[in-house]
Design a protein around this ligand. Structure first.
Ligand code: ADP
Length: 569
């Protein structure tokens, strides 16, 4: 038992407070003045994962927040360390994921004097957070930690920042002076207003073409059981957003992803479960949506309601509970089912045939569809899939099926490239501790890999047996072949000659993994992909990297709409 006169420093108080708030993981990079914080965290039993770049560390910590519903910590040094973490903080805010960032800062007696890495951190962090503060004194650190954790998970989840000057980290006070704060409970449940529930039921009962959209808010809110009951009880067609995939399995008979465009265009009532009407959903506007569409928005955040659309009805509350409120009041749906389902099923059949052509084209250099289809066929259904890149992610969203909620992590709302390896480290460490039989498979483009490629050392250091598959098209969106590259090289200055989208052709990324002690495979054919992936899957104790050569000019199937070009919207 601690004696009354025992003294503790700020680092130990912070670590104890984080632990008592249920923090299990800390990702970061240490240096002055936060080395003591990482050491104190480990002493408290918080697992510390040292990363190679604060960007990746902040992405990793935010992924834990999404997967578990409780925040992890990203620990950074002062000034530039925090600035690097703004990447993950903004990504967490845009994705509505909880995250706590703890930043060391320059000693308070040097402030205003041009101290080492001095920077207005609390102020600068504010736009990247829900809450940004420096504890008012060492003894009140627990109060600020509880507040940050609470703010990160209550209401719409997001990022919170705690600033600790170097002297606050090392200053000691008697243990008896430290304020005691209880663990903040999970966020209280919110239920929708009963009159809006009644209106929703009226809308649904009169709808002839209803559609449910399942977003990553439903995944984050662990609403899978309620959403499945609601959808299957009423035989409702549903569409997942990219990270809503897996709340219900992608191969569920009521999933209409393969006729996404037509389902969105023709639906007359849409029940939107934890998704925003932003670019991912084409703003809920024509021509992608019907001009008379009625949208029922189910969201925890009241400010989200009515964004971009005019005919909306808001159900503010937790998705699982609100969906249940609707379910128990529904009595029947009028006869929409047959004609609407007939229409959707016809369209689905036609579209599946379109993919089939590309899947069966196994000629080298390979196309995305054939490769992603093979990966999908081979990896276990319960894999956590991390997917990023331009074509690799767009086509991967369609080809890589999810069967479980929170098992897909991608560039998300912010469209952030470079999240892949941070997410992979987080998923792998979480699986190590909580689901050792699951595989973590990261499928990314060569450009996406480049942002945080050094994290393969992190993976090796902690013996995390992931499978990383790089779809290498030698560039960003599209690349250049070896022959064209050589002719450019001999023609003159490469900085003037090479297309800005190009990367060096046929870079052997797999050698990096092999160099760090993992397994590396170079693949040019479907046969060698099958062989390499099988071998990687068999090695459950080792990381593998498979580089798959993709035709530099391979693209998505032609799209009916081009949302990035205003004139064609
Ligand atoms: P997607 O990328 O899948 O379209 P978004 O990130 O745009 O999804 O939207 C997720 C929405 O879910 C946010 O508006 C957020 O406020 C909301 N949300 C998060 N958790 C819950 C929850 N438990 N219940 C209801 N809404 C939630």
């Amino acid at each position: 038992m601690a004696s009354e006169n025992e003294e503790v420093d700020g680092a130990a108080i912070l670590a104890k407070s984080l632990k008592s708030q249920g923090v299990e993981y800390m990702f970061g990079i240490v240096g002055v003045p936060v080395i003591e914080v990482a050491v104190a965290a480990q002493a408290e039993g918080i697992k510390y994962v040292g990363m190679r770049n604060e960007q990746a560390a902040s992405y990793a910590a935010s992924a834990i927040g999404y997967m578990t519903g409780r925040p992890a910590v990203c620990l950074v040094v002062s000034g530039p360390g925090l600035v690097h973490a703004f990447a993950g903080m903004s990504n967490a805010m845009e994705n509505c994921w909880p995250l706590i960032v703890v930043g060391g800062s320059c000693d308070s007696n040097q402030e205003g004097m041009g101290g080492f890495q001095e920077y207005p951190q609390v102020f600068t962090a504010k736009p990247f957070c829900k809450y940004s503060a420096r504890p008012s004194s060492v003894d009140r650190i627990p109060f600020f930690v509880e507040k940050a954790v609470r703010q990160s998970i209550y209401g719409r989840p997001g990022c919170c920042y705690i600033d600790l000057p170097g002297d606050m980290i090392t200053d000691k006070i008697p243990l008896s002076h430290v304020s005691s704060v209880k663990r903040c409970p999970d966020a209280p449940v919110m239920l929708a207003d009963p009159s809006s529930i009644k209106k929703t039921i009226d809308l649904l009962s009169n709808s002839s073409r209803p559609l449910v959209i399942v977003g990553k808010g439903a995944a984050y809110g662990r609403a899978e059981r309620a959403v499945r009951e609601f959808i299957t009880s009423w035989n409702l067609p549903f569409l997942p957003t990219p990270m809503g995939k897996g709340v219900l399995p992608d191969d569920h008979p009521l999933c209409v992803s393969s006729t996404r465009s037509k389902a969105l265009q023709e639906a007359d009532v849409i029940i939107l479960l934890g998704a925003r009407l932003n670019w991912i959903l084409h703003f809920g506007l024509p021509p992608r949506f019907h001009k008379d569409i009625q949208i029922v928005q189910v969201d925890i955040c009241v400010e989200e309601l009515g964004n971009n659309v005019y005919k909306w009805l808001g159900l503010v509350g937790n998705i699982s509970h609100v969906v249940h409120q609707v379910s128990v009041k529904m009595i029947f749906l009028d006869g929409y089912i047959l004609s609407w389902w007939k229409f959707l099923k016809n369209k689905m059949k036609t579209n599946q045939n379109t993919f089939q052509k590309m899947i069966s084209d196994k000629s080298s250099p390979l196309n995305y569809y054939a490769v992603l289809n093979e990966i999908n066929n081979m990896i276990p259904d319960n894999s956590i899939i991390i997917n990023e890149g331009a074509n690799t992610m767009d086509i991967g969203r369609v080809m890589l099926l999810n069967h479980l909620p929170r098992h897909r992590l991608d560039a998300g709302t912010f469209g952030t490239m470079g999240v892949g390896l941070g997410f992979t480290v987080a998923a792998a460490i979480w699986c190590r501790d909580h689901a050792p039989n699951k595989r973590v498979v990261c499928v990314q483009g060569d450009s996406a890999f480049g942002f945080s490629g050094m994290e393969i050392e992190t993976l090796q250091r902690y013996n995390l047996p992931i499978i990383l598959i790089i779809l290498n098209n030698n560039g960003i969106s599209f690349g250049i072949d070896e022959e064209s590259w050589s002719s450019l090289e001999s023609a003159g200055d490469l900085t003037l000659m090479t297309p800005p989208t190009s990367l060096k052709p046929n870079t052997p990324y797999e050698k990096m993994m092999a160099g760090f002690g993992g397994r590396g495979y170079a693949v040019q054919t479907i046969h060698s992909l099958q062989h390499s992936l099988k071998d990687a899957l068999n090695h459950t104790n080792q990381s593998s990297l498979i580089t798959v050569a993709i035709n530099p000019l391979a693209q998505r199937k032609p799209q009916d709409f081009f949302w990035l070009t205003k004139s064609k919207m």
